[in-house]
Design a binder for this molecule. Structure first.
Ligand code: UD1
Length: 492
């Protein structure tokens, strides 16, 4: 995200701008005044620091293109050593969105430094919250909100922006949120978010590409989700926290990130029981106060480094993770012949033995996570025999398969199943990332491949993996990043 080139700019007055000014302006830590595109690939950002009227109070900078970096890696090195797991992106996003449910300072730690989190910080800044984000700590105060609108320009870069819908509506009585579009993995509707809010008494309409929702005060309701939806459950749980009366969400999603959000809300005064199970009961309260919270470890990042160890026939130790959130994956890795030993907050993996082909079916939690599917398809190319990987959560999540085939993999896609025949010695090739987890799958394939793999469009990876090349280098991987031209903003 900081990979933008300043073309010119200054604080009004004398002080020249600095890198940290740019960073703070983009994060929304400085009060944002305006942001506009000038030519394609350029942005003009204006922001203010300090009180109006002070010298040097306005900052305006013309920024060049965000870079579309490339990753180049040479495969064949068994990974060895320790890696520290970051906080969960998918827990951080709803937790940050939920800060607008009440006033008071919220101090969130173990926040991963990834682009999606920066985008959420920026959205909160646009809504008027005070956001200060430094290292892995974010301090947010949403005592005052100046806007209830999440603009298209932001939502199109990250569909999880829709998580501000429930909180805005519940606390401020209205919300206008750009309708998220489809993305590389399927159509991804938000009908269940909207139906649940309507059940709670909101007037909901779609106008000119925007979701408009209004309600004087939401009313508790009995809501049944036709399919368990993660962000849908989060949106409804946040909205119900301030509703009048009791809400019951049935067939709720059970992901650990939902329980983490509920724990944070309860610390702030919400009354929620059952988060993490398929029935969540929320007794609405009048207001929420500020609180501290330490985000849970990222189970998908953990899984990705486990597969990195397995696919390179290495031996890795993952620290500061939560093995109990990864039962399905650990069982599948063991079934494939990988030695995995789990402690309370640590996992040791040893993949010296031959890998066996296995079948996998993605399902909502506690089933096998769809966010680990691409990585496991890559792993199965190195396993002996036939593996069938069935994707049941998203409709078109096999974009990585074409790229893996270009590296020599034998994979057939039949409907929602990928049939992988192995083992194949993959050969390095230039490949294109299509979404966050597909990119991770390609990095893993590159780590196992003979020769050099060049991964294009790695901005997808930056959305969800903190310092990935650095962490992989720490395990012995030969991986480097090269800075290149302009990155488009894409939805997912
Ligand atoms: C979240 C995760 C994403 C993960 C996904 C599934 C975040 C920020 N993102 O996405 O990384 O891949 O869960 O584990 O946490 N559906 C509907 N109507 C709706 C909502 C969802 O039909 O209103 C369907 C979807 O099309 C999909 C299924 O429900 O088939 C699950 O999607 P959902 O759990 O909502 O995914 P996200 O919350 O978008």
């Amino acid at each position: 995200m900081w990979a933008v080139r300043p073309l010119n700019g200054s604080w009004r007055g004398k002080t020249p701008f600095s890198d940290s000014d740019i960073r703070e302006a983009l994060l929304g830590t400085l009060e944002p005044l305006s942001e506009a595109r000038t030519k394609p690939g350029e942005r003009r950002v204006s922001a203010r620091r300090g009180r109006v009227g002070e010298e040097n109070d306005f900052f305006s900078i013309l920024l060049g293109a965000e870079t579309m970096d490339r990753i180049v890696l040479t495969g064949g090195v068994p990974l060895r050593g320790d890696v520290e797991i970051s906080g969960a992106k998918n827990a951080t996003l709803p937790i940050l969105a939920s800060t607008i449910l009440g006033g008071g300072e919220c101090v969130i730690t173990n926040v991963p430094r990834v682009v999606d989190v920066v985008t959420m910080g920026k959205l909160l800044g646009i809504l008027g919250a005070k956001v200060h984000h430094e290292g892995n700590r974010a301090v947010i105060n949403a005592e005052v909100i100046t806007s209830t609108q999440a603009p298209y320009d932001l939502v199109k870069t990250m569909r999880a922006s829709v998580l501000v819908l429930g909180p805005l509506l519940a606390r401020w009585g209205e919300a206008t949120v750009s309708m998220p579009g489809g993305c590389a993995i399927g159509s991804r509707p938000v009908n269940l978010h909207l139906a649940g809010l309507a059940k709670m008494g909101a007037e909901v309409s779609i106008e000119h590409g925007y979701i408009r929702a209004k309600a004087k005060r939401l009313m508790g309701a009995q809501i049944y989700c036709d399919t368990p939806t993660v962000t849908g459950t989060e949106n409804l749980m946040m909205a119900a926290s301030l509703a009048q009366g009791t809400t019951v969400i049935e067939n709720a999603a059970k992901e650990p990130e939902i329980a983490d959000l509920a724990n944070f809300l309860v610390k702030r005064g919400a009354r929620i029981v059952g988060a993490g199970s398929d029935v969540i009961t929320i007794e609405g309260v009048r207001e929420l106060h500020g609180s501290d919270h330490d985000v849970i470890p990222d189970r998908i990042e953990t899984g990705t480094y486990l597969v990195a160890g397995a696919i390179t026939r290495g031996a890795v130790t993952l620290n500061r993770c939560c093995p109990s959130h990864l039962d399905a994956l650990l069982m599948k890795l063991r079934e494939a012949g990988v030695e995995v030993e789990a402690e309370k907050e640590r996992i040791h993996l040893n993949a010296a033995a031959r890998l066996k082909g296995i079948d996998i079916r993605t399902l909502p939690y506690p089933g096998f996570p769809t966010d680990m599917q691409a990585q496991m398809v890559a792993l199965m190319t190195a396993a002996e025999g036939t593996s069938v990987i069935t994707e049941t959560v998203f409709e078109s999540r096999f974009m990585h398969v074409e790229e893996l085939r270009r590296m020599g993999a034998d994979i057939k896609v039949e409907g929602n199943r990928a049939v992988v025949t192995g083992p194949t010695k993959l050969a390095g090739a230039p490949v294109m990332a299509s979404d966050l987890r597909a990119s991770a799958g390609l990095v893993l394939a590159g780590l196992a491949a003979e020769g050099t793999t060049e991964i294009l469009r790695v901005y997808h990876l930056d959305r969800g993996y903190e310092r990935m090349e650095e962490k992989l280098r720490g395990l012995g991987a030969a991986i480097t990043r090269h800075k290149e031209g302009a990155a488009p903003a894409e939805t997912c």
